[in-house]
Design a protein around this ligand. Structure first.
Ligand SMILES: [Zn+2]
Ligand SMILES: [Zn+2]
Length: 247
């Protein structure tokens, strides 16, 4: 039976929905739940299912049968710095159309469906992180943009998983933009930018790092390396989308 407080909350929610009916954050079509995509917008994304690399989440062609524990060549060679990576969808025209305004034009209302999709991307995993760390922005970039898009995604994920979010333990130095660089140049450009300021909060912890997009994996690899150097026991990565190149 509902108590008086629950009834008040549900009345308030109904009243708010009456005043502001739920609509798809991308196209504005009415939807039943606030923050949810309509069926057409949902279908436009290339959501990552199976088969995929069980370690780094790299999606394989659907007709490829790699057995019960598929692994990509990079992970099989032990080249993945992180213990586990998942992304909700592939970086393509549909995800680019939400990523760019989300990152650069203040479309922060997209964070709700993006973070929901990211939680859904963990559905077949049994990771139990102790701490969630959004990939930090350099202060100069944070100052200009006004928000860290990774933090906007990490906050609802931290709440849904009931895992503490840590925004203070890692700092990032400013470096000029990495756009249009190849994998080796990106790895070189990001080397040394992260710094753990409170290693005592990292030591022995299983850490889930969160970002909006995984391009070459250089950011995750470098942050993972720095966290492990500071004593993290395991490091996992989660992004909304990832660039998928043939490997
Ligand atoms: Zn829509
Ligand atoms: Zn892999």
């Amino acid at each position: 039976m509902k108590n008086a407080r629950d009834l008040t909350i549900s009345f308030a929610r109904n009243f708010i929905e009456f005043l502001f009916p739920s609509s798809c954050p991308i196209c504005g079509t009415p939807v039943s739940t606030n923050g949810e995509l309509c069926a057409d917008c949902w279908a436009a994304f290339n959501w990552i299912g199976n088969p995929k690399c069980e370690k780094c989440g790299y999606p394989f062609p659907a007709d490829l049968d790699l057995g019960a524990h598929p692994m990509c060549p990079n992970c099989a060679a032990g080249c993945c710095e992180l213990d586990f990576i998942r992304s909700a969808c592939v970086y393509d025209d549909a995800s680019r159309a939400v990523m760019l305004p989300f990152k650069h034009s203040g479309r922060i209302k997209y964070a709700e469906f993006m973070s929901r999709a990211m939680i859904w991307a963990l559905r077949d995993s049994d990771i139990k992180p102790d701490v969630i760390i959004p990939v930090p922005l350099a202060y100069r970039r944070l100052f200009h943009r006004g928000y860290n898009q990774a933090t906007l995604l990490a906050r609802p994920i931290s709440k849904a998983m009931n895992v503490r979010m840590d925004l203070d333990s890692v700092r990032r130095k400013y470096r000029a933009d990495m756009g249009h660089k190849n994998a080796a140049q990106r790895a070189e450009n990001i080397r040394g930018v992260f710094h753990v300021v409170t290693p005592e909060k990292i030591r022995g912890k299983k850490i889930l790092i969160i970002d909006d997009v995984m391009t070459t994996g250089a950011t995750f690899a470098e942050l993972g390396r720095v966290l492990k150097h500071a004593g993290a026991s395991e490091v996992y990565g989660l992004t909304f989308c990832r660039v998928v190149r043939a490997i």
